[in-house]
Design a protein around this ligand. Structure first.
Ligand code: HEM
Length: 474
């Protein structure tokens, strides 16, 4: 008998099959047939006419969400002209959504509107069996020997870049970090030394990143950020496809060379197209997230000079001019500081998923086709899990205190479940190498009038004032 429940089940299995096989035709058909569900029965409101909650999203997401959570509990509807849906708050919600048992949620349908024509076929927007296959392939590029090669490349690049800081002058730190990571990224990811070719690639890459935040998506309007991003993608794609043959024959230490050697389950090298798609996405996944993390770390260290000294001593005790993988492992307190900065200021404030069928959470029915967000930000400040959550306290991550270990899903700056960040280790290695060269040579200070970190969470967590800090040679 064709009961309503049977119909729901068969639709769910059709779309999960299509996603598992990465059958784009079937997925697009499903997207076209989807209707926006009514969320009126859920706690919260729809905000202002036309603009919904866009204002608090852009100006004070943390404050707004916290207020909503206090008033309504862990299920809160949200509404902006770009995306509307429901926030689910807390470790239990994070577990349900990120673990995704029963294939309730899709990554493709959540991320594709952001990535379309900019980062096509990337691993983050793959689902289920297809995602498992792609992730297994990519994991080979994050093994220890690959990361050791990246550290060797990073040491001189970060050291030289940091020595360009003018002692005693105020520097817009966000711009400085961005430029430094672009130059480093060109060599570490693409194998291109600084010069005109790296400049062209960096500009193309910057255009793609800017396009991800363009809400209008006007592909045909050539001067729109989105059109520039699509063009940027073509520039980088052409570069990769032109060089790939030669790269397959060399054994470089950069990420591009590593991807050229990746093999699938049959032992065959992955296609040129796949190398290109994965590489462009890795560049993206690494760049803004690490820029955000390093900016937050610089702010927290400028505000806590005693911690600069603690880390400096840890670094000086290594008695090295460059660091290796083993040295970085020994920099424990630097690791806790990195973790604490990402707790207080997670680069990604929320993680999106798309509900493939109705489900229940905390006594509420969330309908199929709802955009679901879990909040990294709010979870990281819940007093049930963190002592004095607004205080900068890196030692909460030490094994003696292990505050982050009360619940597996209370600390999610790198996500969780099957899509947990593949570059987690890479980013820590890069962050620690950066701090090693910086703190050994410079003291960081901020204007005493700067009492708090002025930042925005959308699209990623970045300081709104460019983070003016003074770096003074020791
Ligand atoms: C501090 C820096 C970083 C932060 C905070 C960060 C954060 C995240 C988060 C939250 C996710 C999961 C997104 C979701 O579930 O929707 C993710 C996924 C991912 N990240 Fe990172 N990331 C960082 C650096 C990097 C770096 C350096 C790389 C590569 C070199 C990288 C590669 C990836 C990839 C490939 C995925 C997708 C994994 C999958 O879908 O299986 N990330 N990252």
């Amino acid at each position: 008998m064709n009961t309503a429940a049977n119909i729901v089940d068969s639709k769910h299995s059709e779309i999960t099959d299509a996603l598992s096989q990465y059958d784009l035709n079937e997925i697009k058909k499903f997207q076209k047939s989807a209707t926006r569900p009514s969320l009126k029965h859920l706690p919260g409101d729809t905000g202002w006419p036309f603009i919904g909650h866009i204002y608090p999203f852009l100006t004070n997401l943390h404050g707004w969400l916290d207020k909503q959570y206090q008033a309504h509990g862990p299920v809160i509807q949200f509404n902006t002209p770009i995306i509307s849906g429901v926030y689910l708050i807390g470790p239990e919600a994070n577990k349900l959504v990120l673990q995704n048992q029963g294939k309730l949620f899709s990554n493709y349908l959540a991320w594709e509107p952001t990535f379309e024509s900019l980062f096509d076929n990337n691993v983050l927007q793959r689902d289920f069996k297809d995602h498992k296959t792609q992730r297994k392939i990519l994991q080979q590029a994050f093994k220890r020997n690959a990361i050791e090669g990246h550290i060797e490349l990073m040491n001189p690049l970060l050291n030289q870049g940091i020595h360009q800081l003018k002692s005693g002058y105020t520097t817009q730190s966000l711009g400085f970090v961005k430029r430094l990571l672009l130059t480093t990224g060109a060599e570490v990811f693409m194998g291109v030394k600084s010069g005109p070719e790296a400049d062209t690639l960096n500009q193309a890459f910057t255009d793609i990143v800017n396009a991800t935040a363009d809400p209008f998506r006007l592909k045909r309007v050539w001067f729109s950020p989105y059109a520039k991003g699509v063009k940027g993608n073509k520039v980088i794609s052409r570069f990769i496809l032109e060089k790939i043959k030669a790269r397959r024959l060399t054994a470089g230490r950069d990420m591009f060379s590593h991807l050229c050697q990746l093999r699938d389950d049959n032992g065959d090298l992955i296609s040129d197209e796949l190398v290109k798609d994965h590489l462009i996405f890795l560049l993206f996944a690494a760049h803004d997230t690490t820029t955000s993390a390093l900016s937050s770390i610089l702010y927290t260290l400028a505000s806590n000079p005693e911690w600069q000294q603690v880390l400096r001593e840890e670094m000086l005790s290594l008695n090295k001019s460059n660091v290796t993988f083993d040295d970085l492992e020994k920099m424990e307190k630097t690791g806790y500081t990195f973790s604490e900065a990402l707790r207080m200021y997670p680069a990604l404030h929320s993680l999106p998923r798309y509900a493939l069928r109705d489900f229940e959470f905390n006594g509420h029915t969330i309908p199929a086709h709802t955009n679901v967000l879990v909040s990294t930000l709010l979870t990281h400040y819940m007093p049930e899990y963190w002592s004095n959550p607004t205080t900068f306290d890196p030692m909460r991550f030490s094994p003696e205190r292990a505050e982050d270990k009360k619940d597996f899903f209370q600390y999610i700056p790198f996500g969780g479940g099957s899509h947990k960040c593949l570059g987690l280790h890479f980013s820590q290695v890069q962050g620690k190498t950066f701090l090693f060269h910086l703190l050994k040579n410079y003291k960081i200070t901020k204007d005493p009038k700067m009492r708090s970190y002025k930042y925005n969470n959308v699209p990623l967590t970045f300081p709104t004032d460019g983070l003016p800090l003074t770096f003074t040679k020791i």
